[in-house]
Structures are given as C-alpha cells and as structure tokens.
Design a protein around this ligand. Structure first.
Ligand SMILES: Cc1cc2nc3c(=O)[nH]c(=O)nc-3n(C[C@H](O)[C@H](O)[C@H](O)COP(=O)(O)OP(=O)(O)OC[C@H]3O[C@@H](n4cnc5c(N)ncnc54)[C@H](O)[C@@H]3O)c2cc1C
Length: 608
C-alpha cells in the first residue's frame, strides 16, 4: 500500500477582537477582515501588529481609546493604499462613521452600556487579569489539513480482505480448519521423514515376538553341552531377547505338546525339535555341566533348551549339533503336536509348576469333589521320545492327573542327571512315576509294562451328573460310618463307666493334669490328630502325608507313544500317515492292543 500525502497549510490570522462582545470592537474587526481581503500579505502583517497593540489597549481602556487606535491604524494604512482601494475604503469608513453617529444605545441598559454599569471586578480574579500579556504570534495559531491519497488495493490485499470477510461469522470448526490442515501437514512430514530414514535392511529382525508359527525368527546358540557320544544339550536364546520380552509372551503350557521347526537354509531342510522350559543358569567350571532352571517367570522367557540326538548320517542333526556359541538359527513355532482334552477342572486354578527344589513346589489346589477327577495317562517313550512328556511335566499348568511313564533308553547316561532329578521331584510330588528301561542292561519294554485302560473320568456333560451322584453316595457312606462309630464308642463308654477303675479320673481336657503314661500305652491314650486343620507346605508334604498316595493306583484312560518308528510299531502298531492331512489312520496294534487299548485312547508321535 502506498499513499501520497499532499499537505497544504492555510494560514489566517485570528484576532481576539473577533470575539469581543463590544459592538464597536466587533465593527473594528469586520473592518480588519475587509482590509485583509483587499491588501497584500505584507500590509496584512503590518496592520496585524497595529491591531495587536490596539487589542492590548482594549483590556484596560474604554471604547474611546479603541477608537484612537483604530484611527492610528487607519493612518498607517492610508500611506500604503493604492488610489482605487482608498476610495472604496473611505466610502466604507464614511458609512461606518455614519452608523456610529446614528447609534444611540439605551444608556439605562447594561447591555448597551456595559462599561458604565459594570460591577466591580472580583479581587480574586484580578490576579488572573493582571497576568502579563503575551504577544500574539499568528504563526503559532494555525490549522492543518491533511490530504491523503490511498492507492487502490492490490489483488493480494483484495484476496486477503475477501478471506477475512469470509472467515468472519463462520462456525468455530471452520475456523479451526487451517490449524487442522497444519497439523496434518506436520504429521505427513513426520511420517515421510520416518519412512525415508527407516532401516531398509530386509534381514534385520523387526518382529517383536519370541516365536511365531508363520515366520522363522532368529535365535542364537547360547549354550552347548555334550551329554554323551550322540546326545547334546543346546540352549537357544531369542536374538535381541530383552526387547522382545515386552510382549510378555508365555510359550509353555502343560495343556498341549508342541515342537518348533528349525531351518537349515543353505540346503533348505527343516526339522522338528521339542523345546523344554529350561534355561542354563550356570555351568560347573570343571565338568562344564549345566545348572538348569525351569522357565517360570516372564523375564525368563525367550530361552529354552533342546536335547538333540546326533545321527552319523543325519544331515540336520549333524549340522545343528556342530554349531558354535552365538551362531544364529532360524526357528518357527509353536507347532502343536497334541492337545489334552478339555476337562471341567480346567476352570479351576491350575496345578503349580514343578520347582527347581522339591520343597518349593506348591501344593495342589483342592478341587471340588463332586466334579470328575483329572485324567491319568500312561506314556511309552524311547530315546528322545521322552522329551514331549518332560515338556508338559516341567511347564506351568502341568497335567492334573497322574502319569505312568515307561522310558526306554540305550544307556542310563542318555538322560541328563539334572532331568532325572526333576523327574524324581515330579514323583515325590505325586505327579508321575518313571520306569526306566535301560536297553544296555537288558531291560526292554514288554507286555508286563503295559497297563490296562480305564474309562475317562470325563467324556461329556452326563459324567458331571454321575460324578455328583457318586460324591453324594460317598458322603452318605462316610456319614453312616461316623454314626456307627459313635454308637460303638457310646456303648464302650457305658461299659467303662460301670467298672470302678482309676481310669474314671482321667481328664484329657485339662492339659496341666495329664495322667502319667503307663509303660504300654493303649490306643485311648493317644489323642486324635485333626489332620484337616494342618495344611501342607508343599506338594511333597501334600502327597506323602495327606492321603494323596492313592492317585498312583488309578489306571490311565489315555496312552501316549513316542519314539523311533520301530519302537512305536512294537508298542502300538504301525502308524499310517499316508493321507493329505498327515493324520495317523493306522490301526492300534502291538502290545497296547493286547491289553485292550484302541484308537480312541492311544496317540502316537512319529519321527522322534
Ligand atoms: C514332533 C517332533 C519332535 C522332535 N523332537 C526332537 C528332539 O527334541 N530331539 C531330537 O533329537 N530329535 C527330535 N525329532 C527328530 C528330528 O526332527 C530329526 O528327525 C532328527 O534330528 C533326524 O534328522 P536328520 O536330518 O539328522 O536325519 P535324517 O537325515 O532325517 O535321517 C538320517 C538317518 O537317521 C535315521 N533316523 C532319523 N531319525 C531317526 C529317529 N528318530 N530314530 C532313529 N533313526 C532315525 C534315519 O533312519 C536315517 O537313516 C523330532 C521330530 C518330530 C517329528
């Protein structure tokens, strides 16, 4: 925008006589104006000076004085007047004089004769009136007029004005539109920056999971130990494990058996292995034997161990057992091999996980007795075929039933001592019974090791009714027994009361006056121990002292068979996987069939 200021100043003298109330002075002023109109600037300034003097005289003199001063100024003017102007002026003066002569004011009126009848001036005002008079300077008394020329608005200004006009009176949301657009632009810029600067390395591990069934994820070999000539313990750890733990993924649960696939990329082969929920907490400095701990907390996830058998001509097992520490392997899973059937007790707290020390394994929760009991199963495994059983026994939420395990090994040393110890703990907690059959010692599985099958405790909703009925019947029997015992003890008491013996004085309720024990205490001398009020501190106490031992006698309703093909065939018949789904359709045969097992209660794991 531009503007062109053009300033013009008009000046004209303003005399105080212009506003003087006296008619004569007013006339004088009129005369002066007419003089200014007709004379040049110089004359005007001269006459102005004269007026000024005349003005001074006005304040303290009467009208006559004024008149003199007027005459004085007239004289000065006459000197410089041109002839034609002087004529018109004299005419005007003559007219004025005529008017003055004719002027006869009413002398009685104060208005017409103010000087004569003016009241005395207030002495307070006098000091203001005597104030020194300043000379009149017309240059100070000026009025200014500005003339500003506004340039026509440019197209940008017009656009802005139009935008402002349109924005005015719009809804608050519409007013926010510019801010929203600015925000969007910022986000877009931010994401573009992230996209442009992000790592484009395809091989970089960007997945946050510990394991994924659909994708091979990198793991590193974090520990390796040779158990014997052809068995190795290998611990693997998820690469960048700590970052992956944020997802809080729990891999292990005893309600299913699962494996992982490990890829050997250069020759494109994939093999399954069975992870165990264990990690290496340390190693013996001399023997290098690992100290194993169970994976039980979230922060211990992302590590597990494999027990691998090395076959002399086995491509995968040779490569895998030949890997060094910190070598990378690609693992995918979990691949579910078997899931235990659902059971009503699944809704109740799970059985506590086995602990690294026997006294730390928590006791089992007390499950309602009117519900069907947990299922028991028998496990027939050979070599690495023991691993699926160990996986479920060591995991959190282990099976609630009892397991009879028949494990065939070439040598005792095939199974790491630490695993044997954990199996022993499982036995002492009433969860399993291991029967090791060492081939080197001439022990082989035979018909005598095969248990008879029983019906499962829970098949359908009907079993819930049956077990509730059974529970009622059991309670009834217990009540009957209690009443019978009470009646018997009452009749005995009567008999004792009739006999006059010193036993009469015995008072067991008063603990301070306990009777002296005789050398041969009778049954009545031992007070009853109320076992229901004592709580077991761990699973071992619960199993050993609190009447849970009878569990081991319960027969299994499920048989799991796992091992090399020959072993599986001998125990349970030949599997038939020759179908699209890879389902085992082979009939049950071998030892199991002889004892009454069938395809409804047998599960075979092949390829181990
Ligand atoms: C679900 C599942 C879980 C498994 N878990 C484990 C595990 O935890 N630990 C483990 O070591 N293995 C496990 N295996 C077996 C493993 O996947 C491989 O089959 C094994 O490592 C041999 O592979 P390879 O490439 O070395 O031998 P291959 O090249 O496949 O075979 C080489 C030679 O070894 C013989 N052979 C192969 N496998 C067996 C066997 N099981 N018994 C007897 N002879 C055999 C073959 O007859 C052949 O002559 C599991 C298999 C499955 C299906």
């Amino acid at each position: 925008m531009w503007r062109l200021p053009v300033k013009s100043i008009t000046r004209f003298p303003v005399s105080s006589t212009l506003i003087h109330p006296h008619p004569l002075i007013g006339i004088q002023a009129i005369r002066r104006i007419s003089l200014d109109d007709s004379n040049d600037a110089k004359k005007s300034s001269e006459s102005g000076k004269g007026d000024n003097n005349a003005g001074k005289g006005d304040n303290d003199n009467n009208s006559g004085k004024c008149k003199n001063s007027t005459n004085g100024s007239d004289n000065g003017r006459n000197l410089s007047k041109k002839d034609n102007a002087s004529e018109s002026l004299s005419e005007a003066e003559a007219k004025l004089h005529r008017d003055l002569e004719n002027f006869s004011p009413d002398q009685s009126s104060r208005v017409s004769n103010p000087g004569g009848a003016l009241p005395g001036v207030d002495p307070k005002l006098m000091k203001y009136m005597n104030h020194p008079k300043t000379a009149y300077d017309p240059s100070e008394n000026r009025q200014e007029t500005n003339y500003e020329f506004h340039a026509p608005p440019s197209w940008k200004q017009k656009k802005r004005e139009e935008a402002k006009r349109r924005a005015r009176g719009k809804s608050p949301l519409r007013k926010l539109i510019p801010s929203i657009l600015a925000g969007c632009a910022f986000l877009w810029a931010f994401h573009t920056y992230r996209y442009l600067t992000k790592d484009k390395d395809e091989n970089k591990d960007k997945d946050g999971s510990l394991l994924k069934p659909s994708k091979f994820l990198p793991y590193v070999i974090s520990f390796k130990y040779k158990i014997d000539d052809d068995h190795y313990l290998i611990e693997v750890t998820r690469k960048n494990r700590i970052q992956k733990l944020i997802k809080n993924q729990h891999l292990f649960s005893g309600n299913h058996i699962w494996s992982v696939e490990i890829a050997k990329r250069d020759i494109n082969i994939v093999r399954n292995l069975t992870p165990l929920p264990l990690f290496v907490a340390g190693a013996d400095p001399e023997t290098k034997k690992p100290h194993l701990r169970l994976v039980s907390k979230a922060e211990q996830e992302g590590k597990f161990i494999f027990i691998v058998k090395r076959y002399p001509d086995g491509e995968f097992s040779k490569w895998f057992t030949g890997l060094n520490l910190l070598d990378e392997v690609d693992i995918r899973g979990p691949i579910e091999e078997y899931r235990f059937s659902p059971h009503p007790l699944d809704r109740y707290p799970s059985r506590p996980q086995l602990s690294n020390t026997i006294e730390k394994t928590e006791p089992d929760p007390i499950y309602p007795e009117h519900l069907p009991k947990a299922e028991n199963f028998v496990y027939y495994g050979a070599g690495t075929g023991i691993l699926p059983l160990l996986q479920v026994l060591y995991s959190p939420n282990p099976p609630k039933g009892f397991v009879q395990a028949y494990i065939s090994l070439h040598k005792q040393s095939n199974l790491l001592q630490e695993l044997r110890t954990l199996n022993f703990f499982a036995e002492k907690c009433g969860r399993a019974k291991f029967h090791y059959l060492i081939g080197g010692n001439g022990e082989h599985i035979s018909e005598k090791d095969i248990m008879k099958p029983s019906l499962p405790h829970f098949n359908s909703a009907r079993d819930l009714k049956v077990s509730a009925e059974l529970y009622r019947y059991k309670l009834l029997q217990e009540k009957k027994k209690e009443v019978r015992e009470q009646m018997e003890s009452d009749s005995n008491a009567d008999k004792r009361h009739s006999k006059s013996t010193d036993k009469k004085d015995r008072n067991y309720s008063n603990i301070d006056v306990l009777p002296p024990l005789s050398s041969n205490p009778s049954k009545e001398d031992i007070p009853d121990l109320d076992i229901s009020k004592i709580k077991p501190e761990n699973a071992f106490q619960q199993f050993s002292f609190f009447g849970k031992k009878d569990k081991s006698n319960q027969s299994p309703s499920l048989a799991l068979v796992c091992g090399p093909d020959g072993y599986i065939e001998f125990v349970s018949g030949k599997p038939d996987l020759n179908n699209v789904e890879g389902k085992d359709n082979g009939p049950i045969g071998g030892l199991l069939k002889k004892k009454g097992w069938n395809d409804t209660n047998v599960k075979r794991f092949t390829g181990l």
